[in-house]
Design a protein around this ligand. Structure first.
Ligand code: MF3
Ligand code: CO
Ligand code: CO
Length: 256
């Protein structure tokens, strides 16, 4: 199946969904502190999405996922399930991944939060991960190729002695959560799909402090580093424009 191109009306709906997802990350920030459970963060986000935004928390019941957001702490790479038992503590790093559906369209974005005082080695991993996303976004324009995106992420990660997770990737997005194409976070320049105006997809690099290998927990969702070392992830939903890129999930703290 081909990668679909969104027209102006569809892009406007993507813009709305993307903005709502970004606003959830801004809304939740003051609550992400030592002592809170990931279940409580899930509940606050769920209630905001449903009651304030009048939107749908896309992860809930997605292929059986039991909660409304993903909460991935420390060695958890992605798809962590919010839990009453998981209390955030000083020094943790946590990814909150928010996806909302509004008027049939999806917006998907995630960021890392520091819990209290975080050691500098963990902060460096988080920063390099965010830089790798931004370097990839800078390359987006019609004519650029997906391999260029994967390559710049891999290059930045590995030159900082981190590894890039292989088994999970970014994805096309629109009227479905996950569409074609797959957006790999590693690869060779000048290879892969050629970008065209109107394509919408996510980039969501996962960088590990140690090796890239993953381990799926028995709950069937939680993905951890096999070596137990830290992992960090950042995600935006993007649209290819005539001259470059529009970041559909940009937050006000970001300056592009
Ligand atoms: N938000 C994730 C992504 O970036 C997908 C989560 S699927 C879920 O693609 F079922 F775990 F929610
Ligand atoms: Co995604
Ligand atoms: Co996501």
């Amino acid at each position: 199946m081909a990668v679909n191109i969104k027209n102006a009306a569809e892009l406007e709906k993507m813009r709305i969904a993307g903005k709502l997802a970004a606003e959830v990350l801004e809304m939740i920030e003051p609550f992400v502190v030592p002592g809170i459970t990931t279940a409580k963060l899930n509940q606050i986000c769920h209630d905001h999405i449903v009651n304030v935004q009048q939107a749908i928390p896309s992860p809930l019941n997605y292929h059986g996922f039991p909660k409304s957001i993903c909460t991935s702490v420390n060695q958890v790479i992605c798809h962590g399930i919010p839990s009453e038992k998981k209390i955030l503590k000083n020094g943790d790093i946590v990814n909150l991944d928010i996806t909302v559906t509004k008027d049939g369209y999806f917006g998907d974005t995630s960021k890392m939060f520091y819990i209290g005082e975080v050691p500098s080695h963990a902060k460096r991993l988080v920063e390099v991960s965010q830089e790798s996303l931004y370097k990839a976004i800078e390359l987006i324009k019609p004519g650029a190729r997906l391999g260029d995106i994967g390559h710049v992420i891999q290059q930045h990660a590995e030159s900082n002695h981190y590894s890039v997770v292989r088994e999970y990737c970014g994805h096309g997005i629109g009227t479905e959560f996950h569409q074609e194409p797959q957006v790999l976070h590693f690869g060779q320049p000048n290879t892969g799909l050629v970008l065209k105006e109107g394509m919408t997809f996510t980039i969501e690099p996962m960088l590990n402090a140690g090796k890239y290998h993953t381990k799926l927990k028995k709950d069937g969702w939680t993905v951890e580093t096999r070596d137990g070392r830290l992992s960090a992830q950042w995600e935006h939903t993007l649209a290819v424009t005539a001259n470059g890129v529009e970041i559909l999930t940009a937050r006000s703290e970001e300056s592009f």
